[in-house]
Design a protein around this ligand. Structure first.
Ligand code: FAD
Length: 529
């Protein structure tokens, strides 16, 4: 049967912070906002705990926020993007407040600002203690539902970006009843989130499986740094999938990491002890666990205050029969955040005409090799707004139906399986394989073994987006031969300076140094002279 065709000026895929923000900012035009789950109650946005970083407090400034961000990024952040995002951050927070967000206040009525690891001052805006994501999602979802120009399609999976001669014409999607649907628009914004769920242990929900990356690459877009996956050290280890996060702020308030004998495991590892950088803590726990130890987060020192300060954490523990106020809680590292993604410019524009990418699926240059806590929601808001504004200002006409149908035929003719979307589950074997070969510690032999296992899996699942993305993660991790930020190679090549992006273009993986990185490297060399 001929699929139904809907028309819009802008199509946004993804019902998290980035997608909703893009839809709102594009809403002077006709927008279709499509998500495979419920808008505002899906993706990582809904689960985010700690908050949003923005330079709003006394003694803080965008410049200071930028310095902290660049330091965390381990040499791979684009300074111009960092400056832009930290400068626009406060404006976006005020916009969300005007939309009705109830962020926590201090005694004098101002915003209560929290402090997180590697931020030099208090700058984390939060809601109901540790339920920031849910409040942000509620606020944005109510706003998009109020806008008459935004048509919301929930339960619809994006299957392919439609493109002819390098220009995007729309999207192929699947309706909740499984029937195919075509969407015609001159602008498509991908906001499909991260890929943590491709790993056995993750804090990410099942919809975070990197389909946006496959969609973009199949339309010809460039991807970068897919190997850059941040692992969170303290996810609850009780077999839950996804593994609930036990926020870093618990350690900020006095919780400590211990082994099965009650020994402090971070003592002597790093001067900051339990508050060492995320990657250092994750590595330490990963190694201890491979030696057979069990690790616990002992937050009993916080005592009864824990319930008030961390209601989300208390609640998720209590539902599992655990009480962090009185007993140590089992924890382990888990895949948490993807720094790599679709390469975009400062407005979220990808390398393909008509295709934008915002939020976790994009690689903007803000996070480099390591994301600073609470900068990801900020990035989603800033880039969502920018991409929305830019797509709304386009004067392009809706592509004619004939061309859109021709683009879909081209896909079918090229044998591209459009099974990227929606409700497909990621094979457990794939999640095991990535965890074992591209987890916290990596080496060439393990990565190659992972690729071989993946080849066998691909035979059973041809055209699978998950298999495709997993292969790029493994190949990119092989290509980056030294450790940098979140990427740890136990067989690091000492001759490799690591100051490049691992770029995927047209199916090829290679190292490249964009202009801003060349400038940074030249700057360093000059300092040396
Ligand atoms: C437990 C947890 C806690 C976190 N805490 C914080 C924090 O405190 N501060 C912070 O800054 N960051 C935090 N992060 C990271 C942050 O939440 C995410 O990076 C951010 O929310 C990503 O937003 P997004 O809009 O890009 O994607 P998401 O919020 O993940 O939304 C993706 C959307 O795309 C949809 N989708 C995906 N694929 C398809 C498809 N093929 N077709 C149709 N729809 C699709 C999904 O259903 C979903 O609606 C946390 C992450 C986790 C998992």
């Amino acid at each position: 049967p001929t699929p139904e065709l809907l028309r819009a000026d802008v199509i946004v895929v993804g019902g998290g912070a980035a997608g909703m923000m893009a839809a709102l900012h594009a809403s002077s035009r006709r927008v279709i906002l499509l998500a495979d789950r419920q808008v505002g109650r899906s993706g990582s946005t809904f689960l985010a705990q700690g908050g949003v970083a923005a330079a709003l407090g006394p003694g803080d400034s965008p410049e200071r926020h930028a310095e902290d961000t660049v330091r965390a990024a381990d040499g791979l952040a684009d300074p111009a993007v960092v400056r832009m995002v930290t400068r626009e951050g406060p404006r976006r927070i005020h916009e969300i407040l005007e939309l009705g967000a109830r962020f926590d206040r201090n005694g004098s009525g101002g915003l209560s600002l929290g402090r997180e690891g590697a931020h030099s001052v208090r700058r984390i805006v939060h809601a109901r203690g540790d339920a920031t994501g849910a409040e942000l999602a509620r606020t944005l979802a109510e706003a998009v539902r109020r806008r008459e120009t935004i048509r919301i399609l929930e339960g619809f999976g994006a299957e392919a970006v439609l493109e002819l001669d390098g220009t995007v014409l729309g999207l192929a999607a699947t309706a909740p009843d499984g029937s195919p649907l075509l969407l015609a628009a001159p602008a498509v914004v991908l906001a499909t989130g991260g890929l943590g769920h491709l790993f056995r242990r993750t804090t990410n929900p099942p919809e975070a499986r990197g389909t946006g990356l496959a969609l973009a690459a199949r339309a010809g877009a460039e991807l970068a740094d897919l190997e850059m996956v941040q692992f969170h050290p303290t996810a609850l280890a009780d077999g839950s999938d996804p593994a609930p996060l036990l926020t870093e702020a618990l350690r900020g308030e006095g919780a400590v990491l211990v082994d099965e004998e009650g020994r402090r495991v971070m003592a002597g590892v790093h001067p900051a002890g339990d508050l060492a950088p995320r990657d250092v803590v994750a590595r330490t726990l990963w190694r201890l666990q491979s030696e057979g130890h069990r690790i616990f987060l002992d937050a009993t020192a916080i005592g009864p205050a824990l319930k008030r300060r961390f209601p989300t954490v208390s609640d998720l523990c209590r539902r599992r029969g655990l009480d962090p106020a009185v007993e140590p809680i089992p924890v382990a590292p888990a895949a948490h955040y993807h720094m790599g993604g679709i390469v975009v410019d400062s407005h979220g524009r990808s390398t393909v005409r008509g295709l934008w990418a915002v939020g976790e699926v994009a690689c903007t240059g803000l996070h480099g090799a390591n994301r600073l806590a609470s900068n990801s929601l900020l990035e989603a808001l800033v880039f969502g707004a920018r991409a929305g504004d830019e797509t709304a200002s386009l004067l392009a006409a809706v592509p004619p139906e004939g061309e859109v149908r021709a683009a879909r035929k081209k896909l079918a003719a090229a044998g591209v399986a459009t099974g990227a979307g929606g409700r497909n589950r990621v094979a457990q074997e794939l999640r095991d394989l990535l965890w074992e070969s591209a987890g916290v510690e990596r080496d060439a032999a393990g990565l190659r073994r992972g690729l071989e296992r993946l080849d066998r899996l691909a035979d059973h699942d041809p055209g699978s987006a998950s298999v495709e993305v997993a292969r790029w993660i493994l190949r990119s991790a092989l290509e980056r031969r030294s450790s940098r930020g979140a990427h740890l190679r136990t067989d690091a090549d000492p001759a490799d300076d690591g100051l490049y992006r691992v770029v995927i273009r047209g199916g090829r993986v290679r190292r490249e140094r964009p202009a801003w990185l060349r400038a940074a490297v030249a700057g360093r060399a000059n300092v040396g002279v």
